[in-house]
Design a binder for this molecule. Structure first.
Ligand SMILES: Cc1cc2nc3c(=O)[nH]c(=O)nc-3n(C[C@H](O)[C@H](O)[C@H](O)COP(=O)(O)O)c2cc1C
Length: 216
């Protein structure tokens, strides 16, 4: 695309303001409300979030994952524990996730330490997944280089045969990560690029939360 065309691409965000007195009492109630509103507004995959991690070398990488749990403890997603992202998370124990709701001129950042979710919690979510997704988790060594598509198709055929009609158990290499937030920022686009940014920040000593407004 021509540079001129890119330079001309902009949307003026004529949305209502967002102020401290409009916030829910907690970050997770506010995020739950905005998630529901995104879904209602017709955002595709409203629970998709861009997850950023960094390894020991400090180089960041990002990719999309689906938020599958949200409560006062944090934000949960499920993945392969041997993937590139899981290797990063084991090394640095820190992640950032962004919900990009462009349709509503909104985004939310969640940043904090990560922990593995309990085996029981992983099992509960696993059992809600379609069988095809369960088999896929067995068949794919996520983030590993493969020769061609056939390797994947053959892998899926092999696990399909292996489990036959049996229930598919949770693989050892698969489960959830929870981001335990230290800060959660709610961003609402406004006109003239004077956006509203309200950030919940945790106080380290007593785990209470403070809300701060940031300049856009
Ligand atoms: C909309 C969308 C949702 C996704 N959800 C997940 C997910 O929940 N878990 C997951 O492991 N990968 C998910 N992926 C694939 C990841 O973006 C990524 O390709 C994969 O996890 C490998 O990442 P890694 O090699 O950096 O570890 C999703 C991709 C898209 C586009």
């Amino acid at each position: 695309m021509a540079e001129q065309q890119l330079a001309g691409m902009r949307v003026d965000y004529r949305t209502e303001g967002f102020d401290v007195d409009m916030l829910a009492p907690t970050w997770h109630e506010q995020l739950t409300a905005w998630l529901a509103e995104a879904e209602e507004a017709g955002v595709v995959e409203a629970n998709a979030m861009v997850l950023a991690t960094a390894g020991e070398d400090g180089r960041p990488s990002s990719r999309t994952v689906l938020c599958k749990g949200l409560d006062e403890r944090g934000v949960v997603f499920y993945t392969n524990y041997t993937s590139a992202k899981s290797r990063d998370l084991r090394q640095t124990r820190y992640a950032s996730a962004t919900f990009p709701w462009y349709l509503q001129h909104r985004q939310v950042h969640v940043r904090g330490m990560v922990e593995m979710v309990s085996a029981a919690e992983t099992r509960a979510y696993w059992s809600s997944r379609p069988r095809g997704s369960q088999l896929g988790a067995w068949a794919s060594a996520q983030s590993v280089v493969v020769r061609d598509r056939r390797v994947l198709d053959d892998g899926l055929a092999a696990v399909t045969q292996r489990f036959d009609e049996q229930p598919v158990p949770v693989p050892q290499h698969w489960g959830g990560w929870r981001i335990v937030p230290e800060e959660v920022e709610f961003w609402q686009g406004r006109t003239n690029r004077m956006h509203d940014r309200l950030r919940f920040v945790v106080n380290g000593h007593d785990r209470s939360w403070t809300v701060r407004r940031l300049a856009p």
